[in-house]
Design a binder for this molecule. Sequence first.
Ligand SMILES: Cc1ncc(COP(=O)(O)O)c(C=O)c1O
Length: 453
Amino acid sequence: MTTVSGPTYHEMLHPELLPPAVRTQALEATSELDPVHLFNITWRGPDNAIRHVVLPSALTGVAANIVVLIGRYFPSGSHKVGPAYTTLMEGELSGEIQPGRSTMIGPSTGNFGIGVAYISKLKGYPAIVIMPEQMSEERYQRIRQYGGRLDLTPGSESDVILVLERTQEFKRDPKNKILAQFELLPNYRFHRYVTGRSALEAAKPYGNGRITAFVSAPGSAGTIAAADEVKTHFPECMVCALEPKECSTLFNNGRGTHRIEGIGDKMVTLIHNVLTTDYIGLIHDDDCVAGLELLERRRGLVERILGMPAGSFGSLAGVFGISGICNILGAIRLARHLSLGGGDNVVTIATDGMDRYPSVLANLEKRRGPLDEPRLTGWFEQIFRGGGSSDFLDVRSIEEKNRLFTYKEQVWTNFGYSLPYLESMKSQSFWDAEFEKIREVDEAVATNRVSQN
Ligand SMILES: Cc1ncc(COP(=O)(O)O)c(C=O)c1O
């Protein structure tokens, strides 16, 4: 069996360089399950611009430009499809994954699993998604819709270690191939190259054209790899990883359950380059759920509170999920913490959109009672103007780096990684060498495509 071909890393960054017939066919494909959608894995829209919004300063209350890359228009509804594709694609190139023989296993809290089910369907592999049993119902529906099988582990977002343990059981059958987002570097490569360079381009027209800060709440810590690319261009860029206050693992080794699906996985993931993380910031989980309620279902009220004409925030409809609100609040609060001004750009990411969360917002009203105007007005003040300096921890010192390295070692030696390998990750040259592999991967993808034609 041959495999369905897809884009190179460079084509995901620049889909406008695809053969025009392929680009047009991809943009015009009607069926979601048409394999040509692989060529729509990109931050760019049909006009080739990077999909992003700059939040109105009336909303953020800060002078800095908060630039948010929008992930919901990726095929399958979130940018997590990118790492799912690159991990599978690199597995095929190495011969590890074989059409007609291999089954894809996607350990996930949802969006990566949706991506794995989707990419597997497009490329013709069976897929099993291992994820916690208490994630939003919309996630399970999508996985089933793409023909993925679900294998559910107890608990919620912060019980990812159970997902990893279950994954070990699947490893015993050699036909099962684990698309291990927490461990495998195609996730790093996708975000450093495709997301990082897209972020640089998106920020260019604003403020001083540079990126002063990059904010991302890590799950696998793939997205935050974009910051490594930003730092190669703007070394002064401050990089902040956000966590739920209820599960402050990187901040102070804290653990707990929380409501921000996709992030806060109670560990330092293997692919998290902690060398380039400068701050850890904490955000209360329900501020993100309530913040989504305000921006999604109470926009008219928010406009009235801020004295803005009705419809001013209409362009924000549908494009954020809960972790996107977390990233936005983190970006606003970091801008305040660092006293950033109008020339400064803070870039962050909205991984998915509102389509994943109607059930979560329906539950908010059930949990917290009637949402009348005085109450929602109080929430706006607390959520969009709240947070303080004590929520940020500076982790640039050697002591903090060592604390994070030790945490990483504690987790990953349990999953069979050697101390010398973990030691090698303490040098930036490890990450740069991994990044450099993109060139040979892209050459191999292009060569395979020619030989198939
Ligand atoms: C909704 C959501 N937000 C944020 C993240 C975190 O992204 P990353 O895994 O790249 O750190 C994820 C990951 O699955 C997610 O699903």
